[in-house]
Design a protein around this ligand. Structure first.
Ligand code: SF4
Length: 101
């Protein structure tokens, strides 16, 4: 997986998606003191308002993403990748083998 910098810009309600808590949180002094302070994912505070957090993200295709909708980000992070393996035809070949061959 790739280490990705997530630039979590606060929305109009001062909220961001927090990976540590896996929820949308108010980026207020309480959250910063109680959770960001000491969080291994913390990178910096954004000048435009928000928090930069770095963590491994299998979804990302670049090393930096900017998140402006914390609720969409939360929803996207609830998806789990599932690998299916099933016969493609009566020959019994499985999907992984078919791709490799
Ligand atoms: S630094 Fe950690 S606690 Fe703070 S918002 Fe990012 S993931 Fe959450």
């Amino acid at each position: 997986m790739t280490m990705v910098s997530h630039r979590n810009v606060t929305n109009e309600d001062q909220e961001v998606y927090c990976c540590l808590r896996n929820k949308v949180v108010k980026a207020d002094a309480s959250h910063l003191a109680q959770y960001c302070n000491g969080c291994r994912m913390f990178r910096s505070f954004l000048p435009e308002g928000g928090i930069e957090c770095q963590w491994e993200d299998m979804r990302a295709s670049s090393f930096e993403v900017t998140v402006t909708d914390p609720y969409a980000e939360w929803m996207d992070n609830q998806r789990k990748d599932v690998r299916h393996s099933f016969p493609l035809d009566s020959g019994g070949a499985e999907s992984d083998e078919a791709l490799a061959g």
